[in-house]
Unconditional design. Structure first.
Length: 717
């Protein structure tokens, strides 16, 4: 290490640690920030950049001396440097070709940390976990997204149970973001439309070894309307949507060029960024003098597309006037008229009635396309079969790579201590390998149960505290607030349900038969309790009604004190929930959950999944590593399916989950239950984690797309 580093002050070292999100998945550094000032760290949403702003170097030095933290900070900083500078990594050995030009990973949302709310749900968290694992694996990758200065909304629930949205403004200066500049000031990029250009600056976020570039349209060069363009994630109308997507795709490719980054592979995470390849084609035609057809073929050969949406209505579609206004100038450069342009987004280019679909565009412009679970692969092949009318459905060129979660982000610190003891020494760097997880079988049941119980107690304490604060804010009666301080029973079977309140996820399925549920919950010898959380999209009335229904239930006997709904679900709350529940409930309307990932986080921490056989669970469940609702059948009539699934849910709870949980031995251990916990961790941990997922993308998509292996181009217009 250079002398300069040795001379850095404590304040400088901590500032450097705070400036890279790596700290957030290193438990030791996270703990250091907490030890500096627990109260401020919590108040600032665990944002160490804000925390450090409260300290002068002198006061910080004093604080560090009081806490005897000097050597721990030096050690943390040294580990950070070693991590950042490691030259031999999985990526350098298995994806060496990407050294010539990285993967450019495009996504409309990134869920990386609670202090940066530029995600709405699973898609964003998946993208965040992808970056963290790419960093851990040392895979050459840069990421591109948008900076939403009002983010996704923060949620309050009023005393009538109705969701209220607020949009606190994010300040880049209070986050680990830096404005990308060149000699003459901030780097600006612009995208032309028929009615003028949209400009954006570039913010940079360091995610371990990965750089994430976020485009921000809030610059003086823009009209007042466009300064607001990137204010909110999934806000506004179709026009806002296409302009955001234009900026993300076309603007993103321009930004990389302005930064001198020449990607070897373009990865579109969902269709939002599907305009990106069009700009790459334009640059090829301009810079290399290629004709359109050739530039298109070369570009598509380098593009990877991941679809996440099994509902036809969930795919972005734009009508011709919006396409002409926004893609017209680019279409001119490509030598395409409006008709030619529209054809790229239509299943049948000649069909004038068809709107422009971003997924169709992405499928036509990529070499490799995939869904996010085995079942979702099947659904996607059926859904897009009409793009390849000459092929049978099995031959539709959409494969699958099942989603996974970033282990260091989601694993509780206490559980990690257990892993450290039981798993091979360097398990941490090899989570994608089945062998590493095998020795989990040797853990003693009592020990695993002990750690789980501690985590569960922590969750109950957290839930009480949050519930109390939220009730106070809502202006509830002091007696109600007081009751919340003592709600929940540590002995009760604790079931969690938290995710976006999209109606297809059916947060209300468990409410189908309230009398029956009341009996289950009120049982004195085998009690149950529920924690719900989740945001409904601001325009989703149905989602808000479901939320309200659950809220109302929390005030009625016998549900009061045993059913809770927490407001403002985010990554922090998610972490608390997945680390402490006994059971994670997941009951989407099959097959609408493309993968789902929250249940994977639960597995790592010893909770059991009770889930419809949809998404990842359809390929994960083996009869003994959790519980299945239903048998994987679907009914074309939604009401029939809902009522059948509701009955199945009650059946599995009463016949399997509850008896197993309360079947205790002389030491009060539920031996059969603990066997399932162990089996879940051993059989699922290695498969459904993000290292395995990113390795799969590297091997099956990135390296072939970079030209490292011959592979037929699977989808062409
Ligand atoms: C993991 C996660 C999700 C995804 O949950 P699903 O149940 O897979 O939809 C959504 N939001 C947050 C905050 C998460 O951490």
């Amino acid at each position: 290490m250079s002398e300069k580093v040795a001379q850095l002050s404590i304040h400088e070292k901590l500032s450097k640690l705070a400036a890279n999100l790596w700290w957030s998945w290193d438990p030791e550094v996270t703990e250091l920030f907490r030890l500096i000032d627990r109260e401020l760290f919590d108040r600032f949403n665990h944002n160490p950049v804000l925390l450090l702003k409260e300290y002068t170097p002198e006061r910080l030095e004093e604080r560090v001396r009081e806490g005897v933290l000097h050597s721990r900070i030096h050690w943390a900083f040294r580990r950070f440097r070693e991590y950042a500078e490691a030259s031999t990594t999985w990526g350098s050995t298995h994806a060496a070709i990407l050294g010539q030009g990285p993967v450019a990973y495009f996504s409309a949302e990134f869920g990386l940390h609670e202090s940066l709310p530029i995600y709405s749900g699973g898609l964003g968290v998946l993208a965040g976990d992808h970056l963290k694992s790419a960093s851990d694996l040392g895979l050459p990758l840069v990421a591109v997204g948008l900076f939403y200065h009002e983010g996704y909304f923060s949620q309050a629930i009023d005393s009538a149970g109705w969701q209220k949205e607020a949009y606190p403004r994010l300040s880049p200066a209070s986050l680990p973001l830096s404005v990308v500049e060149n000699a003459s000031g901030p780097v600006l990029i612009s995208v032309e439309t028929r009615r003028g250009s949209i400009h954006a600056r570039i913010l940079k976020l360091a995610v371990g070894r990965i750089d994430l570039y976020l485009l921000d349209a809030d610059v003086p060069q823009n009209s007042p309307e466009d300064r607001h363009l990137t204010a909110r994630l999934y806000g506004g109308d179709q026009r806002t949507r296409i302009r955001q997507e234009l900026l993300l795709g076309v603007g993103g490719v321009k930004a990389l060029k302005a930064l001198g980054i020449l990607p070897n592979v373009i990865h579109m995470n969902e269709g939002h960024s599907a305009f990106a390849p069009l700009e790459v084609i334009r640059q090829r035609m301009q810079d290399d003098g290629l004709p359109f057809d050739r530039a298109l073929r070369d570009t598509a050969a380098q593009c990877v597309f991941t679809t996440h949406t099994p509902v036809p209505a969930g795919h972005d579609r734009f009508d011709e006037s919006l396409i002409e206004e926004h893609l017209g100038p680019l279409g001119d450069s490509l030598g395409l008229g409006t008709h030619g342009l529209m054809g790229l987004g239509r299943v049948d280019p000649q069909h004038h009635g068809e709107t422009f679909c971003m997924t169709v565009l992405a499928l036509k412009l990529c070499r490799i396309a995939n869904g996010v679970s085995s079942l979702h692969g099947v659904v996607s092949r059926e859904m897009w079969a009409s793009l390849w009318p000459w092929r049978s459905v099995e031959e539709i060129p959409i494969g699958h790579i099942t989603n996974g979660v970033h282990v260091p982000t989601w694993l509780a610190a206490q559980m990690r201590v257990l892993y450290d003891r039981v798993l091979p020494e360097n398990w941490y760097q090899r989570t994608g390998e089945p062998d590493v997880w095998r020795s989990f079988e040797t853990i003693t049941p009592g020990e695993l149960w002990e750690v789980h119980s501690a985590l569960k107690n922590r969750l109950i304490a957290y839930a009480r505290l949050e519930a109390t604060e939220q009730a106070k804010r809502r202006g509830e009666d002091p007696s109600v607030v007081a009751a919340m301080e003592m709600m929940f029973d540590p002995r009760a079977l604790t079931i969690g349900f938290a995710r976006r309140f999209a109606p297809y996820k059916r947060a209300d399925l468990i409410l189908k038969d309230l009398d029956f549920l009341a009996k289950l919950i009120a049982s004195t010898d085998r009690p149950l309790q529920f924690i719900f959380a989740g945001k409904a999209h601001p325009a989703d009335e149905r989602g808000k009604q479901i939320l309200q229904q659950i809220f109302r239930l929390t005030r009625e006997e016998p549900f009061r004190g045993r059913v809770l709904i927490l407001e403002n679900y985010n990554i922090d709350m998610g972490r608390q929930l997945v680390q402490g529940v006994d059971v994670w409930l997941n009951n989407p309307r099959r097959p609408l959950e493309a993968s789902g990932t929250s249940g994977q986080k639960v597995v790592l921490n010893g909770g059991l999944n009770c889930s419809v056989l949809d998404g990842w669970w359809a390929e994960a469940y083996d009869g003994k590593n959790g519980f299945a609702i239903g048998t994987g059948r679907t009914h074309s009539n939604q009401e029939i399916q809902d009522s059948r699934d509701g009955e199945d849910l009650y059946r599995v709870l009463t016949e399997e989950v509850i008896p197993l949980y309360f079947d205790r031995d002389r030491d009060d251990l539920p031996q059969q239950w603990i066997s399932r916990m162990k089996r879940a961790i051993r059989t699922l941990g290695w498969r459904f984690n993000a290292d395995r997922m990113v390795m799969d993308y590297a091997t099956h998509a990135y390296v072939p797309a970079a030209g490292g292996l011959s592979c037929s181009i699977v989808s062409m217009p």
